[in-house]
Ligand binder design. Structure first.
Ligand SMILES: NC(=O)C1=CN([C@@H]2O[C@H](COP(=O)(O)OP(=O)(O)OC[C@H]3O[C@@H](n4cnc5c(N)ncnc54)[C@H](O)[C@@H]3O)[C@@H](O)[C@H]2O)C=CC1
Ligand SMILES: N[C@@H](CC=O)C(=O)O
Length: 781
């Protein structure tokens, strides 16, 4: 059994460099016994078609010019790719074949199909030879030995046997696309896009697990990405929709290509040979992917009304004109959509049964889930009318609406339609990790946010995670009753299972919202990015990880157009990240940020007057949900150090955590050991604070915990620690729990820009996470 059948089109093999790229893909993605189906390289088939036309017109000058061009192109490829004996042998073989062609031309015995077959034969032979030269055991296989047709019908049993005989289990089989043989052994072709069809046929005859169509687009998009910048690439499309799209103008897959896969388990993926890392589109069986929204455009279309048209006849006509055809019934009449250039052929084939109802129409089709079609029909016709495009013919069916008119849909109108009809229907899956102080409030606030978020996308919470258990529902959880569901259905999970479940999610966008305080969870971010998840973090660990790891994460996010928001990791709900980004985007340069960046330390220092032991206040702060799970993360200054590093990196500085000097607000002995150990020795903390407060009081001052980063003459200085401030200092009268950010910049020199307000607390922090989510939803592409 073959594992995978790969198929490379002409553009993937258009130059020696492209052959190198294809060979690398083969090396990385194939096993012995796999098949690689190839088209003719670059424009070779077009050139061979021109040769055939010139031959028929008896234009001998054109014939010899074209032969020379073919000779030059093929030679150049051989010379750039092969060496030594291999090269000599390939050049000699090419010379012989061109001599035979010349001979056939001069004897007026040239035939079209065997002439066109040369393109694929040359590609297969060259790629196999090149792979052998690279040390990969490969053989080229002429598909005329594999596929036999009788009167245009494939002989399935015979073909299955021929494939089993000719496909080697110990080599990579490089197979010619597009061509087959009739029962007499004459060459026949499989028509336009025949190589894709060859690949799916071969997969069905060899019981392959997968067909990979490597092409010059990255997969199946919601609309033509060359015309609409924010066209969405879908990770999964079901076969029924792919088939409908093929008939309604989407050129990525043709109905014929999909036909051999009907009723099989074979997986079909469409991926880019120019960008192998891009996530492919998987075309899956019904029920394995939800229906999506698409818009296709059609040009130069004739609408025919046909008497008694059977589906079998539509297949024959498609074969005749080498184009996927769409037909439908409206008010008892059967209609056929035909490309203008083929109307004559179709009308004469139907011998008096076809009338042209409308000719030279353009338009669009919106393919969508059944439940959406009526509303989309109304919206689409209204939008087109606003653009002065008046529909001449509208056909609404269960899963699409076709709107035909006189004017072509240009890319501006298509972009408008796409924004209003496709983008609005997209879904965002939310994975919430961390259901502690902030996480629970986030979920309770979410209910009120749904309407606002849904103005852009359909938003669903699909997973809730605690450190050991998760609740996962791909179709969405009820966020009002999640506690009860958690109680009954939450299950233990591991990393592999979590990633596998996220990978299976069939949503246009996914976001992981990290409201844990877990370093281990933050280390999964690269895996989430790999699975095309956006990120929102209240957790500070990723933002303060080693700089190399952090920069890598940022690069990977950018490469995939993924967003990362972490507004609450500094200043809870205060808009500090927005302010810094805004200043920098407006051309300002920031040279100092100082202040108090810890809600816990602000509350502790401002509340402490000696009447209550300091350690009791720490426990109160913990109770109020201000502290980190282990409050020593706050007392050590580490939490504030992390916040300063996040700010520094937002200013574009490549700092590490330890580049920020730190003095803790607790004695060193308390740092080690468990939280219980800390509690057992808490009087050490009380003594420490009593002493610090007494020293400050002796100077007429109070104790505060502050941080600052200064950029001066290209040098950076950053520290967090204890300071004694005068009683009339703004920091002395800071409200307990408030943070303050004092920003000095080129524009805010004498009078600093000050942002002040609660820097911790579950409500404000959860609201800050919502602010990030709302921003994200409005900035998704
Ligand atoms: N509490 C506050 O005022 C603020 C908190 N933050 C940050 O928000 C995050 C959450 O804070 P809190 O809710 O106060 O903490 P918390 O300790 O109350 O809740 C953390 C939750 O994360 C879960 N968790 C831990 N490890 C996990 C893992 N590996 N996978 C999934 N879940 C895991 C825990 O089970 C717990 O439900 C922290 O990173 C904190 O620094 C940020 C700004 C303010
Ligand atoms: N423990 C932190 C919570 C917010 O990041 C703080 O007190 O500031």
């Amino acid at each position: 059994m073959v594992n995978i059948v790969h198929k490379f089109g002409g553009s993937s093999l258009s130059s020696a460099d492209r052959y190198h790229a294809v060979a690398n893909i083969v090396l990385a993605n194939t096993e012995q016994g796999d098949c690689v189906v190839v088209s003719a390289s670059g424009k070779t088939t077009d050139t061979l078609v021109k040769l055939w036309q010139s031959y028929q017109q008896q234009d001998s000058q054109a014939v010899s010019d074209i032969l020379l061009l073919i000779d030059n192109n093929q030679r150049a490829l051989i010379e750039q790719l092969l060496i030594g004996q291999n090269k000599q042998q390939a050049l000699a073989q090419l010379k012989d074949e061109l001599a035979v062609l010349n001979e056939l031309i001069s004897q007026q015995q040239l035939l079209e199909a065997p002439l066109l077959a040369h393109g694929e034969v040359w590609s297969a032979r060259l790629l196999a030879a090149y792979l052998n030269q690279l040390g990969v055991d490969s053989q080229d296989v002429d598909a005329r030995q594999l596929f036999t047709l009788n009167g245009g019908q494939l002989l399935h049993q015979k073909n299955q046997q021929q494939c089993s005989d000719a496909i080697s289990r110990t080599h990579i089989n490089v197979v010619t696309g597009f061509i087959a043989a009739d029962c007499q052994g004459n060459t026949v072709t499989l028509g336009r896009n025949g190589s894709d069809y060859s690949a799916t046929l071969l997969a069905s005859y060899t019981f392959a697990k997968q067909v990979s169509i490597w092409t010059d687009t990255q997969g199946v998009f919601s609309t033509d990405p060359r015309k609409v910048k924010n066209a969405v690439k879908y990770a999964k499309v079901c076969r029924e929709q792919a088939n409908l799209l093929a008939r309604l103008g989407n050129p990525v897959l043709h109905a014929k290509t999909l036909s051999p896969l009907k009723d099989s388990e074979i997986k079909l993926v469409v991926r880019s040979s120019f960008d192998c890392d891009a996530t492919p589109t998987e075309v899956v069986k019904e029920g394995y992917s939800k229906a999506k929204r698409f818009i296709t455009t059609l040009d130069n279309i004739d609408l025919l009304r046909v008497d008694k048209l059977s589906s079998g006849e539509v297949g024959e006509l498609s074969q005749l004109i080498q184009h996927s055809l769409h037909h439908f019934t409206k008010e008892g009449d059967t209609y056929l959509l035909v490309p203008g250039q083929s109307t004559h052929q179709v009308v004469s084939h139907l011998a008096g049964r076809a009338n042209i109802v409308e000719s030279n129409l353009s338009g669009c089709a919106v393919v969508a889930p059944t439940a959406d079609v009526s509303a989309l029909t109304e919206q689409a016709t209204a939008l087109l009318k606003e653009q002065s495009i008046h529909p001449r013919f509208v056909q609404q069916d269960d899963n699409y609406v076709l709107i035909l008119n006189d004017q072509a849909i240009d890319s501006d109108v298509l972009t408008l339609l796409h924004d209003k009809l496709v983008n609005k229907g997209q879904e965002l899956a939310i994975i919430v990790a961390g259901l502690g102080n902030v996480g629970e409030v986030f979920l309770s606030q979410l209910q009120a946010q749904f309407a606002r978020l849904s103005a852009q996308y359909k938003v669903k919470v699909v997973a809730l995670l605690r450190s050991k258990q998760m609740l996962f529902s791909a179709s969405g959880l009820n966020t009002e009753t999640w506690q009860e569901q958690w109680h009954n259905e939450a299950q233990s999970y591991d990393k592999a299972e979590l990633l596998a479940r996220i990978n299976e999610l069939d949503y246009e966008h996914k976001v992981v919202i990290d409201i844990t305080a877990s370093e281990a969870f933050s280390q999964l971010y690269p895996d989430f990015v790999e699975l095309n998840c956006h990120l929102i973090s209240a957790n500070k660990y990723a933002g303060t990880a080693a700089n190399g790891w952090y920069q890598n994460l940022r690069t990977n996010l950018a490469e995939r157009n993924l967003l990362w928001r972490y507004n609450t990791s500094v200043g809870a709900g205060l808009p500090i990240n927005f302010a810094l980004a805004d200043l920098q985007n407006s051309g300002d340069s920031i040279n100092r940020i100082e202040g108090v960046f810890s809600g816990t330390l602000s509350w502790l220092c401002s509340s402490y007057d000696g009447s209550v032991p300091f350690s009791d206040l720490v426990l109160q702060a913990q109770q109020m949900g201000y502290t980190e799970p282990d409050p020593r993360e706050d007392l050590s200054g580490r939490d504030m150090q992390r916040k300063l590093l996040i700010l520094a990196r937002d200013l574009g500085l490549d700092l590490e955590l330890d580049d920020i000097a730190l003095t803790p607000l607790m004695p060193e002995q308390l740092a080690a050991g468990s939280w219980q150990d800390f509690l057992a020795n808490k009087q050490l903390l009380d003594e420490f604070m009593t002493e610090k407060a007494a020293q400050a009081a002796a100077e007429g001052k109070v104790v505060r915990y502050t941080g600052a980063i200064t950029l001066l003459d290209g040098k950076v200085q950053a520290q967090v620690g204890l300071v004694n401030v005068g009683k009339d200092d703004v920091l002395a009268s800071l409200k307990p729990g408030d943070n303050i950010f004092v920003i000095n910049s080129q524009w805010y020199t004498d009078n600093a820009l000050v942002i002040q307000g609660p820097g911790a607390g579950k409500e404000v922090t959860a609201a800050g996470v919502h602010s990030d989510l709302y921003w994200l939803v409005n900035n998704l592409k």
